[in-house]
Design a protein around this ligand. Structure first.
Ligand code: SF4
Length: 204
């Protein structure tokens, strides 16, 4: 998969979808080094519970201010619609994470389009724990849908650098991906990856 080259002069502004602060450190550095004028965008209704959502957002806001970029955060917390999307995907035997990427990247592309950005990208491309190829493919599809471009770069190559830097900055580093499902997978030692059937309710 080819990386995009440096930005042409007329399209120096880029919207960066940000999942959290630790995953933003390296992509932000890279984009700014290459001369992009970066604006952050936080849209992550997948994060559970609400206190965790706020904690990740606060940490990201602190970092964005330190780095000196403009950003916008969707604080509406669409938990219910996220849960419906993720649960429907699982029930249909599809990938919950793919549905989650699509939800977030479509929202970022829509926001970019509505706010005059011609290009967008995402910090999800930094994670070694996510499905990188699917994210790149969904990013491109979302960009096409909204008539803008998707900037692809394999930010995973700066994984360790980003981890070290986030520790130096004393950032809050979460221990699970974000949703309630991932929280169970992280902490439930007996989790077998299978769908649980609802409990039977006895009548009378
Ligand atoms: S594990 Fe992560 S990517 Fe997958 S659905 Fe949950 S929050 Fe989204």
């Amino acid at each position: 998969m080819e990386d995009n080259s440096k930005p042409p002069e007329e399209t120096r502004l880029i919207l960066l979808h940000q999942c959290c602060a630790p995953c933003s450190v390296y992509p932000l550095e890279r984009l700014m080094q290459d001369g992009w004028e970066v604006c952050g965008y936080f849209f992550n209704p997948n994060i559970h519970p609400y206190a965790e959502f706020k904690k990740r957002l606060e940490c990201l806001e602190t970092h964005n201010k330190t780095v000196g970029i403009e950003y916008s955060a969707d604080e509406a917390y669409g938990l219910r619609s996220f849960l419906k999307t993720a649960a429907s995907a699982e029930e249909a035997g599809e990938s919950r994470c793919q549905a989650c990427y699509t939800l977030r990247l479509n929202a970022a592309a829509r926001y970019a389009r509505e706010n005059g950005f011609k290009v967008f990208t995402t910090t999800l491309l930094y994670s070694r724990r996510q499905n990188h190829e699917i994210i790149a493919s969904i990013g491109k599809a979302s960009a096409r849908t909204f008539g803008i471009d998707f900037y692809y770069e394999d930010f995973r190559r700066g994984w360790q650098e980003g981890v070290n830097r986030s520790k130096e900055l004393n950032m809050y580093r979460q221990s699970y991906c974000g949703c309630i499902f991932s929280e169970e997978e992280r902490y439930n030692k007996n989790f077998d990856g299978k769908l649980k059937l609802p409990l039977m309710v006895r009548k009378g």
